[in-house]
Design a protein around this ligand. Structure first.
Ligand code: NAD
Length: 289
């Protein structure tokens, strides 16, 4: 049976390291600050935002929650982003998606100053990632790479297959794996037959949002399986895209849902916020990686 990639534990260890770093910075007069904008009352968004604020508190990052009504205009939201771009105590800005339909998400993301774009969704950061420059990497893909590193899993030379091509997970994940010298294949809703591809993966990353999409017959024996999916099953339990019981018998490593990619995503936001704070401070810049 596969070894469990314990994202929850890896993330907890990382939070501890970040806490120490934040204390050091605070002693030098730099308190990293994250602003989170939440529009409307979407229950999932509210719960994500709550988690992000709680994480900040735990490691000593200053956080500000800006709540705006569902009816907010694009102009008002953009004005808020511009205000935060200029706020010296704020180093990272995150606008929780999705946004109501009167607002262009692209426009909002493009208005965030790239140096405060801790979600890594701004075209400048995505472009820099593409050409291998230092940038803010999107949290979910960065968290996946980080958890593989923590388990000492080599990426270079592996055939990595990513199922899903969204702008926040699949596509940036494929670029990050390429930057780590993997051979990368991207599969999506029009890939047929999917299993012919997934069976070739040394590392299989599944980010679709479809419970049970990947079964034991869809993977190669000994594959490393990273399940990004988050779905509610009939009894309201959180499950991934991978049939965990059977796939974990055939894989060599596997991430659980919950307790895998989710906690890693959250901790990478903290890491990006500390990085943004360091980069903003001329005195401490040399400490940023
Ligand atoms: P999305 O809906 O934007 O994209 C889904 C992708 O899956 C698309 O690119 C589509 O082409 C592909 N797809 C759809 N049906 C398919 C099929 N039958 N075969 C192959 N590919 C198919 O989703 P997203 O935002 O990338 O999220 C994917 C999943 O990951 C969701 O369940 C989401 O909740 C979860 N997620 C988890 C985290 C985390 O931190 N754990 C973060 C982001 C998203």
């Amino acid at each position: 049976p596969a070894k469990l990639i314990d994202g929850k534990q890896i993330a907890a260890d990382k939070r501890q390291q970040i806490k120490v770093k934040v204390q050091e910075l605070a002693e030098k007069g730099l308190v990293p600050g994250l602003a989170v904008i939440l529009v409307g009352e979407n229950p999932a968004s509210q719960s994500y935002v709550k988690g992000k604020i709680r994480d900040c508190k735990e490691v000593g990052i200053h956080s500000e929650l800006i709540r705006l009504p569902e009816t907010v205009t694009e102009e008002e939201l953009l004005a808020e982003v511009v205000r935060l771009n200029r706020a010296p105590s704020i180093h990272g800005i995150l606008v929780q998606l999705p946004l109501p339909k009167q607002i262009s998400e692209d426009k909002v993301i493009e208005t965030i100053a790239p140096e405060k774009d801790v979600d890594g969704f701004h075209p400048v950061n995505l472009g820099k990632m593409m050409i291998g420059q230092d940038c803010f990497e999107p949290c979910t893909p960065a968290g996946i790479i980080e958890m593989l590193h923590a388990c000492k899993i080599r990426i270079a030379g592996k055939h990595v297959i990513i199922v899903g091509r969204s702008h926040i997970v699949g596509k940036p994940a494929s670029q990050l794996f390429l930057n780590h010298d993997a051979t990368v294949t991207i599969c999506h809703s029009r890939t047929t037959p999917l299993a012919e591809y997934t069976k070739q993966a040394d590392i299989l990353v599944v980010a679709v949002g479809h419970a049970g999409l990947i079964g034991a017959e869809d993977i190669k024996p000994g594959a490393i399986v990273v399940d990004v999916g988050m779905n509610r099953n009939a009894d309201g339990k959180l499950v991934g895209d991978v049939e965990f019981p059977e796939v974990s018998q055939k894989a060599s490593f596997i991430t659980p849902v919950p307790g895998g990619v989710g906690p890693m995503t959250r901790v990478m936001l903290l890491e990006n916020t500390v990085k943004a704070a360091l980069a903003s401070d001329g005195r401490l810049q040399s400490e940023s990686r």
